[in-house]
Design a protein around this ligand. Structure first.
Ligand code: AMP
Ligand code: GLY
Length: 421
């Protein structure tokens, strides 16, 4: 089989490595992929948002199956376009990807179908949003409606900060069209859990739970990032909470999307907060999370390609989705300065052992050498019988990834470890 994977991050590298385990996967193309994946996939320089280019390539190469994982192409309708060209795909159609593409849509869906989430008001008019903020409870959570590279959420402690954030989005177009509509939400508290789930609209099979580490600094301090590491499973996510989430959130979301004529087929990501009033949805993503995928897929015992194809063919009920009972930890190595300004172009070296456990994101080949080309450069994952051992091993392996100005958090997994005690 010829398989095409759209995307270029550590998440896509983890997916490609998992797909490769199936001997049917003869050739895997990554569009555009990155230089660090070159050993695992044929990288083709077509941008993930170039839908015409992707479809043309897929048709010319007679691609048998496509996997679309980043949010932008999904929301733009990449899967619809590939399907129209006769190519079966893993990933939701655009009308279902809206669950991530519009936070206002997601909030209205949850309200309509009684799915627990933070209370909110939705504004399309700046003056109304500003006057609401005169009396809104603080802190206020301000969210741009559309995609904003994970940066469209501001937690404002004061009315001034909240109003500035709303002005930035609605008046100064800080996130372009994504901020024309804003959602102002109640501030929730509690541990956060990520649950990725396979669903074909009829059946939903959650993957092992995970915990992202979004802040740049140790102790969860500093700016938000795309994610500096992850552990799986998430120790806060007990069996009883899992049952509640299935009954109160996961299955009702699948049913709600069906009822709206927006059947979701793909990986649905539930960003949850375990509040004193029970689990609530913080966000939905229409795709695998990153870096969560880099911690979750190494624990998958079932064959990923088989599961994905079952989702596409709406026969997920017939395949098993099994995870190992072990623990995993993924430690991201980033460029010093990320998530703001950082230098690129430093040569990357990896020991053979580290490379075998590392997914590459922000890197490219220049004159035959792998050099840094992005903020988050690599994710190194270890699996072990205990969380403690997985963390220690992930850090030991990550030491084998070296480049100038490399930065890692030193406490990935420690909050999870404390929760186990
Ligand atoms: P999101 O991009 O929606 O995942 O939001 C980024 C981060 O903001 C989340 O991981 C949470 O830590 C935080 N956040 C989002 N919504 C809320 C909320 N209603 N209350 C408290 N924290 C929130
Ligand atoms: N790790 C959060 C996300 O993928 O959006």
């Amino acid at each position: 089989m010829k398989i095409l994977v759209v995307g270029s991050g550590g998440r896509e590298h983890a997916i490609i490595k998992a797909l490769k385990k199936n001997p049917q996967a003869e050739t895997i193309y990554a569009l555009p992929g990155n230089g660090g994946m070159a050993g695992d996939a044929v990288c083709v320089d077509i941008a993930a948002t170039d839908l015409d280019g992707i479809v043309q390539f897929a048709v010319e190469q007679k691609i048998d199956y496509a996997v679309v994982t980043p949010d932008d192409p999904l929301v733009l309708g990449c899967v619809d376009r590939l399907n129209e060209a006769g190519i079966p795909c893993f990933g939701p159609n655009a009308n279902a990807a809206l669950i991530e593409g519009s936070k206002a849509f997601a909030k209205e869906l949850m309200h309509k179908y009684g799915i627990p989430t933070a209370a909110c008001e939705i504004f399309t008019n700046l003056a109304d949003a500003l006057s609401y903020l005169d009396t809104a409870p603080l802190p206020a959570v301000i969210k741009a409606d559309g995609l904003a590279l994970g940066k469209g959420v501001i937690i404002a402690a004061t009315r001034q900060e909240a109003k500035d954030a709303v002005r930035d989005m609605m008046e100064n177009a800080k996130f372009g069209a994504s901020g024309k509509t804003v959602v102002i939400e109640e501030f929730l508290t509690g541990p956060e859990v990520s649950v990725l789930a396979f669903t074909d609209g009829k059946t939903l099979k959650p993957m092992v739970s995970s915990m992202d580490h979004k802040r740049i600094g140790d102790g969860d301090t500093g700016l938000n990032t795309g994610g500096m590491g992850a552990i799986a499973p998430n120790p806060y996510y007990t069996e009883e909470i899992a049952r509640r989430c299935m009954d109160e959130i996961f299955l009702p979301t699948m049913a709600a999307m069906n009822a709206e004529g927006r059947t979701f087929r793909g990986c649905l990501y539930f960003g949850l907060m375990l509040t004193p009033d029970g689990p609530k949805v913080i966000e939905y993503n229409c795709r695998f999370g990153d870096p969560e995928t880099q911690a979750v897929l190494p624990l998958l015992k079932s064959d990923l390609l088989t599961v994905m194809q079952a989702v596409t063919q709406e026969r997920l009920a017939q395949v098993s989705v099994e995870f190992s009972k072990e623990y995993s930890c993924c430690v991201v190595t980033a460029s010093q300065g990320y998530p703001t300004a950082y230098q690129k172009g430093f040569p990357i070296t990896m020991t053979e052992e580290a490379a075998a456990h590392t997914y590459v994101a922000g890197a490219k080949l220049a004159d035959g050498r792998l050099v840094t080309a992005g903020g988050r450069v690599t994710g190194t994952t270890a699996v072990a019988g205990t969380l403690d051992d997985a963390i220690k091993e992930a850090y030991r392996l990550a030491e084998g990834v070296q480049f100038q100005n490399a930065y890692r958090r030193s406490d990935i997994g420690q909050r999870g470890l404390a929760a186990c005690k």
